[in-house]
Design a protein around this ligand. Structure first.
Ligand SMILES: Nc1ncnc2c1ncn2[C@@H]1O[C@H](COP(=O)(O)OP(=O)(O)OP(=O)(O)O)[C@@H](O)[C@H]1O
Ligand SMILES: [Mg+2]
Length: 257
């Protein structure tokens, strides 16, 4: 019998408005979304469509104007600050483009930081951090400082750090933004493996068609709602340009000018 799918993230009629002087900017206007453990989902949409806003809300870094967000069963819109920071530490890992490693710590120490906040004993912390670096294939650089690592290696270390407390949900904002094509591809493959092999829900906001094409589902954010849901397999086969959702030639390294 097939295993029952476990919802790791549920957004129910989520709205987020920002006040800009006398003007109200309505970014999310009733977003509904369910992401299951084991799924790798890409959120695409034009710049300013609200991708980062949505990830920030799911990650508990921001609060919706209205609506409900469940993370691994907890309604995070009902938690106080203390409860929220616990959920953030234990259930959610984030890999944001501008989330830098701490420059004065080694790769290994950077991965240890979230566990430090959780009072994990030194030996265990170190061993777990090392194991995580192995998972993302950068353990040979454990003792290096961030500035001694390549961009791809730094992304891997940040990914290991995001996994430090074994989160149900991994949120990635433009995970391949700063990386070259090959390194970006490796990071996406890794993210996909983390969903499949470790049964996490991985959600990536992206402009990158390569990332979207690797996803199980592609969700398009337009005018504040998720207007479509497209199966990655279908996308890969049909070669639809995800940035416009029009059927057109896929632009990739080989064909673009
Ligand atoms: N704290 C804020 N205060 C006011 N407006 C905001 C705030 N955060 C986001 N916005 C607005 O919400 C809209 C959506 O922004 P968001 O960063 O979520 O877009 P995005 O889809 O991630 O774009 P990009 O692809 O460029 O990263 C934008 O118009 C932005 O200006
Ligand atoms: Mg963004």
């Amino acid at each position: 019998m097939a295993e029952k799918k476990q919802a790791a993230v549920q957004c129910i009629d989520v709205r987020r408005e920002f006040q800009d002087g006398s003007r109200v900017i309505k970014v999310l206007q009733g977003t509904n979304l369910t992401v299951y453990r084991g799924e790798f989902v890409a959120v695409v949409g034009a710049s300013g469509s609200g991708k980062t806003t949505l990830l920030n809300l799911i990650g508990g870094l921001d609060t919706p104007t209205s609506g409900t967000i469940l993370v691994d069963g907890d309604d995070i819109t009902k938690l106080n600050d203390d409860q929220m920071s616990k959920v953030r530490r234990h259930k959610i890992g984030v890999l944001f483009q501008d989330q830098h490693l701490l420059p004065i710590f080694t790769a290994l120490e950077n991965v240890e930081v979230p566990m430090l906040l959780d009072d994990v004993p030194t030996e265990e912390r170190r061993a777990r951090a090392m194991k995580l670096l192995e998972t993302v294939f950068v353990d040979h650089r454990a003792q290096h400082m961030p500035h001694e690592l390549s961009g791809g290696m730094r992304s891997r270390v940040a990914l290991a750090r995001a996994l430090a407390n074994d989160p149900a949900v991994l949120l990635c904002d433009e995970p391949t933004g700063d990386l070259d094509h090959k390194t970006g591809g490796e990071i996406i493959q890794l993210m996909r493996d983390l969903a499949k092999n470790q049964n996490r829900a991985v959600i990536a906001a992206t402009h990158d068609p390569e990332t979207a094409r690797m996803a199980d589902r592609i969700l398009l954010l337009r005018d504040g709602v998720l207007v479509d849901e497209m199966v990655g397999e279908f996308f890969r086969a049909s070669k639809v340009d995800v940035s416009t959702k029009k059927t057109s030639k896929v632009v990739d390294e080989e064909t673009s000018t």
